[in-house]
Structures are given as structure tokens and as C-alpha cells.
Design a binder for this molecule. Structure first.
Ligand code: AMP
Ligand code: ZN
Ligand code: FE
Ligand code: FE
Length: 293
């Protein structure tokens, strides 16, 4: 019997389209044995997901995907099993969420200049119970108002990097954030390290320095990585003794080609990640969440 493990998924608490309960039920239906919930910059989905996982009989890892900055490059950092009450972590997440909310009016102004009329209320109507309104919610509002047909089109025409309504926002410096998660008793994995951006940064030397700061793994198997990129990252992970993960980055209907289990993590790698999490938890002295079994 093959154990299926997916360590990167989003619910409606960030920019997915399933509630945490629906996400867990979908994971069960996709015949996953282990799933991690990793909403952007928030642990607000954890409690509902944990209750649903117990109910469904699926193993749940509580995590989050933190928006960080590495010398001007956006890096998404997966953090698993940190104490979500660790004050420096709480403070940084609040700052990131505030940054996302704060730039929304600026993006609406840019769109208005292009003759596109979307209001804060229009965005609130689609973002519902999300912890903050990100570009995907603005994209949904553009779809709802008939300006574009899909999130992809909204990013390609208006919201993506270099597009007319794109406004940057605060992201936490990467290396300090790795240390903050470690101090909170959690472990970190760089999400889709070389996805989307098209550049191979951070490179092996930079990743090596991040390992010294406490980095535990690389998400090698991700839809944004070509087979060649995956192979290069696998070599780096081997050289630096990093855990290799593979995940879907599921967003419900919010992202095409990212269905649950499309990439999975090898059971031996998952065990190594949990060992490092246990060591980080012990070293931190903080009360960290257990894996829900
Ligand atoms: P934000 O966090 O508000 O800057 O928005 C970034 C998020 O938008 C990313 O984390 C992705 O989940 C999502 N995203 C980026 N590009 C696209 C795209 N082309 N289509 C749909 N979602 C996207
Ligand atoms: Zn997302
Ligand atoms: Fe990401
Ligand atoms: Fe993600």
C-alpha cells in the first residue's frame, strides 16, 4: 500500500476556494494519507482543519506559507508545526497581512486609471472569510465584474509582476524568518524555490547559508518546476542534506493544474521532516502543535 503525502495546500482562509473542512474532505476523497494545510501568512485555518481531519481520519500537518524577501526576490517559505503564539512570528505575520490589505486601495486606484471600476466592497464580497485580501481575491472581483475570465487572465493583464496594476507589498526578510520559525519550534521548507520567477535564485551557495540559519528542506516537486529544474534542485538538496518534498499547492478551483496529490512527498522524506520538527520543538522549548493522527 502506497502512502500518499501532500504538504502544501490552501483553503479559503487565504486564497484557495475550499473551506478548511472542504479541503480536508477533498484530501480524503483524493486518497491522501497525509495533508498539510499551508495558508498564506496565517494559522487561522488550523482549528477547523484539525477538527475536520479527526472526523475524516486523515493525518494533518499544521503549517503556513510565509511571504518572504530574499535580496529583492519573492520567496515563499513553508513553515510546519510552529507555535503560532510565538510573539515575533505573530508580529511578522500581522505586518505581512497588513501590507497586503494596505496595497489593495493602491491597486484599485491603478485599475481606475485604466477605466476599470472595482471597489473595496467588490473585493470583500469575494474574499469572504480570508485573513487578508490578496491579488487572487482582486482577480476574483475582476472576474465577478466581467473584466476578465479567470484569475490567470487578471494576473497576465493587470496584477502580475510588471503589469499596470501591480503594487509591491511588505514581505519578511528570508533568513531572519527561518530563524523566527525555528525559535517557534517549527521547521521550514522553501516552496517552489525556482518556480515562476524564471531565475535560479536562491542558488546553492545562498541555500547553504540558509541551512546554517536552520532551513530543513526544499519543495522540489512542484508544478512550477520543469523536470530539469527538479533535477538540479534534487542535487542541491542531496549536497546540503535537505529534506525533499513534493506537493500540489492546491487552491481549489483557484489554480488550474494543481489538484491534490499531483505531486507527493516520499514517506522517508516526511519522516525526516518530522524528526527535524521534533528536534526544533525540543530546542525551542515552545508548545508546538502535534501532527493530527
Ligand atoms: P499576493 O499574496 O496578494 O501578492 O498574491 C500572490 C498569490 O497569488 C500567490 O501566492 C499565488 O497563490 C497567486 N497567484 C500568483 N499568480 C497567479 C496566477 N497567474 N493565477 C492565479 N493565482 C496566482
Ligand atoms: Zn496562493
Ligand atoms: Fe507559493
Ligand atoms: Fe502556495
Amino acid at each position: 500500500m502506497q502512502v500518499r503525502i501532500d504538504l502544501h495546500t490552501h483553503s479559503r482562509v487565504s486564497d484557495g476556494t475550499d473551506s478548511p473542512t472542504e479541503l480536508i474532505q477533498a484530501a480524503k476523497a483524493a486518497e491522501l494519507d497525509v495533508v498539510a494545510i499551508t495558508d498564506h501568512d496565517t494559522a487561522a485555518s488550523w482549528d477547523e482543519a484539525a477538527a475536520a481531519a479527526t472526523e475524516a481520519g486523515i493525518e494533518l500537518v499544521r503549517g503556513m506559507e510565509i511571504s518572504t524577501d530574499y535580496v529583492g526576490h519573492s520567496v515563499h517559505l513553508l513553515a510546519y508545526l510552529p507555535d503560532r503564539t510565538h510573539p515575533p512570528l505573530v508580529a511578522e505575520l500581522a505586518r505581512i497581512l497588513a501590507g497586503r490589505d494596505g496595497r489593495l486601495p493602491l491597486m484599485l486606484t491603478r485599475l481606475a486609471r485604466l477605466g476599470i471600476e472595482v471597489s473595496l466592497e467588490d473585493v470583500a464580497a469575494v474574499s469572504g472569510d480570508a485573513a487578508a485580501s490578496g491579488r487572487p481575491h482582486l482577480a476574483d472581483a475582476l472576474v465577478a465584474k466581467g473584466y476578465v475570465r479567470s484569475r490567470d487572465e487578471a494576473f497576465n493583464r493587470y496584477l502580475g509582476a510588471g503589469k499596470p496594476a501591480n503594487v509591491s507589498r511588505y514581505a519578511a526578510p528570508l533568513e531572519p524568518m527561518i530563524r523566527t520559525v525555528a525559535a517557534a519550534g517549527g521547521v521550514t521548507v522553501i516552496a517552489h524555490p525556482w518556480g515562476r520567477s524564471g531565475h535560479e535564485q536562491p542558488d546553492e551557495a545562498a541555500i547553504s547559508a540558509l541551512v546554517d540559519a536552520g532551513l530543513s528542506g526544499l519543495e522540489v516537486d512542484h508544478q512550477d518546476h520543469s523536470p530539469e529544474v527538479r533535477e538540479k534542485l534534487r542535487v542541491i538538496a542531496r549536497n546540503l542534506d535537505l529534506v525533499v518534498t513534493g506537493s500540489s499547492d492546491y487552491h481549489g478551483t483557484g489554480k488550474v493544474g494543481h489538484h491534490l496529490g499531483v505531486n507527493t512527498t516520499a514517506p522517508a522524506e516526511y519522516e525526516r521532516l518530522l524528526e527535524r520538527a521534533a528536534a526544533a520543538a525540543a530546542a525551542s522549548g515552545r508548545a508546538t502543535p502535534e501532527v493530527v493522527r
